[in-house]
Design a binder for this molecule. Structure first.
Ligand SMILES: NC(=O)C1=CN([C@@H]2O[C@H](COP(=O)(O)OP(=O)(O)OC[C@H]3O[C@@H](n4cnc5c(N)ncnc54)[C@H](O)[C@@H]3O)[C@@H](O)[C@H]2O)C=CC1
Ligand SMILES: O=C(O)/C=C\C(=O)CC(=O)O
Length: 356
């Protein structure tokens, strides 16, 4: 017999339409939002995807804004907000990864414009009320219910073009949300179910994507996992791993998903003794003996980067980075100890297997 602990479950999960070919339901979903004029958001690289959306919705496309970039610079957010107003858009369709969803969120933050998200990576932003905006080189994040997309269309066919290498790091970015969710201060049995299942789906899908990037079933498994992991990020608090990645990404402009991929095994090793139940669930979902080593082995076996030195992190900045990441007390299962954080960063910089 299991004994259920007391807990609070507080989560708002958007309406989800999932499945290969589900982009064909786009018009129906715009109707359900009660919207008539959509501003379509994308990166320059994904302009063709936005034009495919335009072809589906015809006159209901008020315009395309194709300048989404990583970390949502305030200037870009202002331009997109002004365009949405000028075009009298009554919804935003964000087709792309976390950068494009993030731009939609920046618009919604000021206008409450409903967002319909069509994710094409595994970052998970579409499931969270978390926004991030960068001003004067400083990225500020916050939570606001207005930025949570109203509807999400997950169509695995739209991820077929995501190169295998990016798929792996993006998938591990998603796994990181679930892994930290399993030892969150506000952990609860429901998000833990989502987390374990999300990790399992990604750990099974990613190797098949690397073997055959055109495998739609593998893409569906990974996207399903990304959905669940994103829902965990949106529901419970994150700890050391996310703090380290934000410090590295924000202060040294390191690529987001790769940074998550490299740091995760080390953050798990740091927290292993303080969060044994979470670790055994992560290991079980990975099909590994040990959570931290299992993550490191998975990343390596899929050809992902494992060393911060290989993605542009200067070694002489490790002291400062450890210092920043140890400041501003935040909850973590193991207390934040500066020398141990510095050792963690050293292992991650060199690409060593994780140590306790
Ligand atoms: N607020 C939140 O809850 C979250 C926010 N984020 C934010 O999202 C950003 C990172 O998002 P990512 O999705 O990792 O990368 P991204 O959105 O920056 O995309 C990376 C590149 O891949 C391209 N791309 C995306 N999907 C593609 C596809 N299917 N085929 C070919 N190319 C494709 C994009 O156009 C872009 O050039 C960061 O700024 C991060 O902070 C990430 C996770 C959660
Ligand atoms: O920085 C943001 O935009 C908000 C959250 C995340 O990026 C989550 C993550 O680190 O993947």
């Amino acid at each position: 017999m299991t004994s259920v602990p007391s807990f609070v479950f507080d989560s708002a999960i958007p309406r989800v339409v999932f499945g290969a070919g589900s982009l064909r339901h786009l018009e129906r979903e715009i109707d359900l939002l009660g919207a008539r004029r959509a501003l379509v958001l994308c990166t320059r690289e994904q302009r063709a995807s936005a034009e495919a959306v335009q072809a589906i919705i015809g006159d209901r496309c008020a315009g395309i804004f194709d300048r989404a970039v990583m970390h949502v610079p305030i200037e870009t957010a202002r331009e997109a907000r002004a365009l949405a107003k000028e075009l009298q858009a009554d919804c935003a369709i964000a087709i792309g990864g976390g950068s494009t969803t993030g731009l939609g969120k920046a618009i919604a933050l000021e206008s409450a414009l409903p967002i319909l998200a069509i994710p094409t990576t595994y970052a998970g932003s579409e499931m969270t009320p978390i926004y991030g905006i960068t001003e004067n080189g400083l990225k500020k994040t916050g939570r606001d219910a207005r930025v949570l997309p109203k509807t999400v269309i997950y169509d695995p066919e739209l991820t077929l073009s995501l190169p295998a290498k990016l798929s792996v790091t993006s998938g591990i970015n998603a796994i990181a949300h679930a892994a930290e969710g399993l030892y969150a201060q506000d952990v609860n049995p429901i998000t833990s179910l989502l987390a374990e299942e999300g990790i399992r789906a990604l750990a099974q899908g990613l190797p098949r994507i690397v073997a055959e990037p055109g495998d739609v079933a593998a893409r569906a498994d990974a996207l399903y996992g990304a959905w669940l992991c994103g829902a965990v990020l949106g529901s419970v608090g994150m700890s050391l791993h996310h703090k380290l990645c934000h410090t590295l990404g924000g202060s040294y402009n390191l690529p987001h998903a790769e940074t998550h991929t490299i740091v995760l095994p080390h953050a798990l090793a740091y927290n292993a003794a303080a969060a044994p139940e979470a670790m055994s669930r992560i290991a079980r979902a990975l099909g590994a003996q040990d959570a931290a080593l299992g993550m490191y082995t998975l990343a390596r076996s899929l050809g992902a980067p494992v060393a911060l030195k290989d993605i542009g992190m200067p070694e002489e900045e490790l002291d400062r980075c450890a210092d920043i990441a140890s400041r501003n007390a935040y909850w973590n299962p193991r207390p934040i100890e500066l020398p141990a954080i510095r050792n963690l960063l050293d292992d991650a910089w060199r690409g060593r297997p994780p140590t306790r």
